[in-house]
Design a protein around this ligand. Structure first.
Ligand code: GDP
Length: 448
């Protein structure tokens, strides 16, 4: 038996008091013995037993249900015991102590799920989805996390991995026969195979980016000159849709944030200070933060009005190319204009009023769409590290394609594909360092 399964772990696995029932979960080799002691006989697998939980002296601690899941058919893949008692923090604590007296130790955060991963019950992306499901702040986010937990994302990664491996085998075979290498690499089949992998990857990257937005919320950076109506817009959007509010107003030059849920879709809005060049020390700090906000954003929303639109458009030059652009021509009530929208030069322009709310529904609908709403049954959640890994894979594949086309350098292409495979494997954990595992499971709550 490997180290990680040698010990038996235990934790309170439910919020005590919440629903009147509390659960102590135990996993590891000592579970059958602990179960037998608590029940007074050998428990039947996967049956609910009504038990009197007693301390070492035989005094009654609580009465409740005992469930025994022998390995490997359990969440962790080890012997698992679940004790359901009354949802009192005091009673649950006594029960947990009793279990520890019988040979278990307290579990670390995420240790049950970590064991499930180490025992091959879940891969890393699925394990992360367990935490994301628990932490989901929107219905769409929860649905997406459930899909990832069910392995939807992992299976797509696996398909891509197999394609990549087949391609590697093909190229490495060519390298092993150097006299034929040039001819072999000239085979259009290799180029086509690589093209298939690249387009599959591009599709998976798009889906993962959407999954990240479903998980973390769409990050919208609101930019514009002072008095354009940025704060008014933020308030209007937050208004009745306000679900979770954490407006942290510092000085007026700080970034002001709102988290809100639009019909079950999470949005993170940041109202940035100006983006203008300035000599003022404090203002310059605000500008620096605004630029930082834009780097992290999914969408840049420029707020302006009919009078200043042309001059304000220069602010869009600070927006990174990968960030979606929206231009809001605000204050239509003042200018007696009508709400409408149109596409211009790669940005959507909307005419609206933050004051009267006219035209804001179109903005809401558009933001919801960008956030991944209506993305269908199969939409899965993803984390930033997954998207970064896929971006790395893309960079390696691009490089492989370039060396194959320009120099027919089989060795170099094979090396790039090896790196690509490695980056892809990090998503599901087929390659993972202890540091990464520590960071991932350390962020779970205890008992999971
Ligand atoms: P910020 O500096 O960009 O955050 O702008 P504010 O939200 O503080 O708004 C500046 C001024 O414009 C305030 O007096 C608002 O009441 C006004 N304002 C904002 N939006 C509208 C609008 O849609 N119509 C009209 N008439 N005034 C607006």
């Amino acid at each position: 038996m490997s180290d990680h399964t040698a010990e038996t772990i235990a934790a309170i696995a439910s919020a005590p008091g919440a629903a009147g029932v509390g659960v102590v979960r135990v996993s590891g080799p000592k579970v059958p013995a602990i179960a037998q002691t608590l029940l007074g006989r050998v428990p039947q697998a996967r049956h609910a037993h009504f038990a009197a939980f007693r301390d070492a002296a035989g005094a009654l601690l609580d009465r409740g249900l005992l469930l025994h899941f022998p390995a490997p058919a359990s969440y962790t893949g080890e012997h698992v015991l679940e004790l359901q008692g009354h949802g009192s923090a005091v009673l649950l604590d006594l029960l947990l102590r009793r279990v520890c007296e019988l040979g278990a130790r307290l579990a670390r955060p995420g240790e049950f799920t970590e064991r499930a991963f180490l025992n091959g019950k879940l891969d890393l992306a699925q394990a992360e989805a367990v935490a994301d499901l628990i932490a989901a702040r929107s219905q769409a986010g929860a649905r997406a996390a459930l899909q990832s937990m069910e392995g939807v994302f992992s299976r797509k990664v696996e398909v891509l991995l197999q394609l990549l491996i087949a391609l590697r085998v093909h190229i490495e075979a060519a390298i092993d026969f150097p006299e034929e290498e040039i001819d072999f690499l000239a085979d259009p089949g290799i180029g086509q195979q690589l093209q298939v992998v690249r387009s599959e990857l591009a599709e998976l990257l798009r889906e993962a980016q959407r999954g990240l937005r479903l998980n973390d919320g769409l990050r919208v950076a609101i930019i514009g000159r002072p008095n354009a109506g940025k704060s008014s817009l933020l308030n209007a959007l937050a208004g009745s849709d306000r679900a979770i509010v954490n407006a942290a107003a510092g000085t007026t030059r700080d970034v002001l944030r709102e988290s809100l849920s639009l019909d079950g879709i999470a949005l993170e809005l940041a109202d940035t200070a100006g983006l203008r060049e300035t000599d003022d020390e404090v203002e310059r700090e605000g500008v620096r933060r605004a630029h930082g906000e834009l780097q992290r954003a999914d969408v840049a929303l420029l707020v302006t009005d009919a009078e200043h639109a042309i001059a304000d458009l220069t602010l869009l030059s600070a927006v990174p190319a990968s960030v979606e652009r929206l231009v809001l021509i605000n204050k239509i009530d003042r200018d007696h204009a009508h709400a409408h929208h149109e596409s211009r030069e790669g940005a959507l322009w909307l005419w609206a009023s933050a004051k009267t709310g006219e035209g804001l529904d179109t903005l809401r609908e558009h933001l919801k769409r960008l956030a991944g709403a209506g993305s269908g049954e199969g939409a899965f959640s993803a984390r930033r590290r997954h998207v970064q890994a896929l971006e790395q894979v893309q960079a390696h594949l691009d490089h492989a394609a370039s060396v194959l086309t320009h120099s027919r350098a089989g060795e170099l292409a094979a090396e790039e594909l090896r790196h690509a495979q490695h980056a892809l494997g990090e998503i599901t954990g087929s390659y993972s360092s202890d540091d990464l595992l520590g960071a991932i499971f350390g962020s779970f709550c205890i008992g999971k």
